[in-house]
Ligand binder design. Sequence first.
Ligand code: APR
Length: 311
Amino acid sequence: MEKKVSVIGAGMVGGTCAQRLAEKELCDVVLVDIIDGLPEGKALDLAEAAPVEKHDAHITGSSKGYAATAGSDIIIITSGVPRKPGMSRDDLLAINSKIMKDVVSKVAKESPNAILIIVANPLDAMCHVAFETSGFPKNRVMGMAGALDSARFRYFIAEELKVSVENTNAFVLGGHGDTMVPLPRYSTVAGVPITELMPKERIDALCERTAKGGGEIVSLLKTGSAFFATASGAVQMAEAILKDKKLIVPCATYLEGEYGINNLFVGVPVKLGKNGVEEVMQIKLTPEEDAALKKSAAAVQELVDAMKKLG
Ligand code: APR
């Protein structure tokens, strides 16, 4: 293929990203992990499915370093550890920021012109680490959260109103976590805002289910977290960039004054094209929506401050 995407972390999200990228025949894929044989094994398994799935994407794996990632157009970073029982937020922050620093310094060296899509959690804080470590301009570092959160909201809307998911559009802003801000006024079915299609209590219930969407999957899976839809979100962003689609999708992006937020990665609608984040779309918010977004941004700031203290 003409384009190349490297996926760091060949776990559940990384493996599924590789599968979706290849099966959509968007690019060649390089999977990287620190576990000996894991990326090689997953890559070979995916490659052996290619004749049946009818694609010619090359998929390779490396547990021996980053040379194979050289010259990537996009790097999707899923590497990290999940929060385990007894692990504090600060423990998780310390471990995952160390992993992020290590990975980003290596990928940035091999692919100095790449666009970074961060998936590892805690998402907004990991975007900061990637931004600072890479030294890349802000349009080339972004986080995948809103694409997943809005996909969840769209699915819940479609299920509630018994319509095709394709008829739905949804906006979810803010940090990736309990303080995220689903925006019903800008969420539509065939162009009609859902505020005209559902009673307020149903909308509130769907918003809450969206904000707690990650936790709902964790409590069902018990030993892991969401990965199918997570990978879909990351690949949606990669596809928009690879095809220069100018797709408007909520992403964690570095704000410098937009929405009154400064020097912070927060989820807002952006235009994605070949240069990465090509524009931050500034939509009008009611005072309540604005307050909710500011509250969400404050939660992100708190994480970033905690991370700085950890060093
Ligand atoms: N370099 C490369 N890979 C690493 C490193 C590292 N320094 N540290 C950990 N990894 C790998 C792990 O070996 C593992 O294979 O990252 C992979 C993570 O995969 P999973 O544990 O299966 O986690 P997954 O479900 O894929 O989630 C990945 O995405 O949605 C987020 O919260 C989720 O932060 C998590 C990330």
